[in-house]
Ligand binder design. Structure first.
Ligand code: ATP
Ligand code: MG
Length: 228
């Protein structure tokens, strides 16, 4: 049975696709067989995969799901089909910013949601709105600080603050891994590579690996809990 993992938050531009690409590639490096559903009409993940293919790098399945398909419950049927596929370990759904219906549907269909949060007040505000919207699901919401600046005061205690403001939601888990605001992360998109391929020795590459490991541990824990 495949695990369904969405990358979502309702705020636009908080790093969902950047996270999705690097976590998927890190999962692949760890031996997981992944399948990507791109639900964003902007098709950012699909565009990156196209560059990858054009460059002759090894490709992988990215399937586009449109809003119309969501309405027709095609997505639900497709996710159910993929969940049972013996050749897939993880289905990753990259969600769009600001299109609530798609995100709500993806959260409902997922075992867990990976949720990047920038440290600013507005990003926290949007994340709290997102948490309220998904509070009645049992889906685990794995939040982490993205694009952390080394020199800003608001970033220093961002992780603790995120844990504090989400503490009342039993399905919220704040991860230890924090992804820095890094030049390699800003640059890798046009290369068709992951950050780990583009800048293997960078701190960013190491931290995406750490983030992925934590996600895998959380997924394993929640699978154990639901089995017992
Ligand atoms: N940790 C980071 N360090 C540096 N730049 C980052 C980081 N995370 C994201 N970015 C940059 O922020 C911008 C938005 O990232 P991305 O497209 O991944 O966000 P998104 O949440 O998928 O956006 P949308 O809501 O439009 O789908 C991009 O220019 C990306 O390169
Ligand atoms: Mg995106």
């Amino acid at each position: 049975m495949a695990t369904i993992l969405s990358v979502a938050n309702q705020k636009g531009g908080d790093g969902k696709t950047t996270t999705a690409i690097n976590v998927v590639m890190s999962l692949r490096d760890a031996g997981y067989r992944v399948h990507v559903l791109d639900t964003d009409p902007q098709g950012t993940f699909s565009g990156w995969a196209k560059i990858r293919k054009e460059k002759g790098l090894d490709k992988f399945a990215v399937e586009n799901i449109t809003f119309a398909m969501m309405e027709d419950r095609v997505t639900e049927l497709r996710v159910t089909e993929l969940r049972g596929a013996s050749e897939i370990d993880v289905v990753l759904i990259d969600c769009p910013g600001n299109i609530q219906d798609i995100t709500t549907e993806a959260v409902r269909l997922s075992d867990a949601v990976l949720c990047p949060v920038r440290s600013t007040h507005f990003d926290f505000q949007a994340t709290m709105m997102f948490m309220r919207r998904v509070a009645d699901t049992s889906t685990k919401i794995l939040l982490f600080i993205n694009a952390k600046h080394g020199s800003r005061a608001i970033d220093k205690s961002a992780n603790e603050n995120l844990a504090r403001v989400t503490a009342k939601y039993p399905n919220a888990i704040v991860l230890k891994a924090e992804i820095p605001d890094a030049v390699q992360i800003a640059e890798f998109g046009g290369t068709g590579m992951s950050v780990a391929e583009y800048a293997p020795k960078s701190l960013a590459a190491r931290l995406y690996k750490k983030l992925t490991k934590e996600v895998v541990e959380c997924l394993a824990k929640s699978a154990q809990t639901s089995a017992s």
